[in-house]
Write a protein that binds this ligand. Sequence first.
Ligand SMILES: *Cc1c(COP(=O)(O)O)cnc(C)c1O
Length: 365
Amino acid sequence: MKYSIALSKSISNISFDFDSDDQYLFKFENVLANYLGENKQVVAVNSGTSAIHLALILAGVTQGDIVLCQSFTFSASANPIVYQKASPIFVDSESQTWNMCPYQLEKAIKKCILNEVKPKAIIAVHLYGMPLKIDQIVNIAKKYKIALIEDAAEALGSSFKGQKCGTFGDFGIISFNENKILTTFGGGALVCETEKQKQRAIFLATQAKENLPYYQHFEVGYNYRMSNVLAFIGISQMEFLDDYLLSRSNMNRFYKSVFKKIKGVSILEEPNNDYFSNHWLSCIIIDPEKAIFSKEELRLAFLKEKIESRPLWKPMHMQPVFENVDFYGTDICQNLFERGLCLPSGSNLVESDKERIKNTINKLL
Ligand SMILES: *Cc1c(COP(=O)(O)O)cnc(C)c1O
């Protein structure tokens, strides 16, 4: 099938030559599956959020179920729980990787079981590309036989003991949104175990159409499939992934050297060599008692120089929309939110940008 669209009246046409309807889509899924390894199946969809929604459906989450979710994350991790009319319970982070705390997770599971409602799924996140405490979280999920959904939206390219993030759980999800390390200008992927799960996910993502010459539906479906044009962009972007990883890690090294001698500032780092972060964003914590400038002073100094920095994600248990939701933990992720800042980390930053960043910080000292 040949697709040809006019981009504008002044630019000549762009043509896609498809042998079959889904040529680029299937190819992108194969490229991703090969990259991730572990014999996984990949379904390309239109966002990371829809991938989480499909993962929850495939995990059997329905009305009234409980899903344990990392509190320190972007709202897209938690919203699909509500789409399924299930109830989230939020879990605090640990201070090493900033991701789901295994101790608080197990505490939450035990409490739920005591109340005779076993949680149906766990959503744990590799935030900012930093692998979560995978061994512990996987073991807890296995011990209690609860489906583990790994939100690797920010973690394409990250790995733990050499295995790619997104392949440890029963399901994994990746985002190709515009701000992520690799973009298709909106898109996502569901990572699952079996061909059967993959076919079920594709069926649900394409309006649950039965395989008949006329339109027949026994179930309510969704319009979640990735478009072929975006899959084409994804395939070409995958060739650059290693370059993107390299420049993100260079930015991270740059920040480590800049902040090394500055008191009260610590940078998010891999706990040991088992962890490999894609350093999607480089993040720092500023201790108000030890540092000579606050998080807000640094942010405003950057802003004055037109350098964008942002506070870390505001935890879900602190969000008005989830104000009546249970939370297991202490003040770890709240402290991260109150003291932390994401620094400019784009793959396209050049030496002169780094100079400007460095000068702005030095002026504060
Ligand atoms: C970006 C993101 C998502 C959602 O991905 P979209 O493609 O934007 O829907 C989910 N979880 C986390 C942690 C994210 O950063």
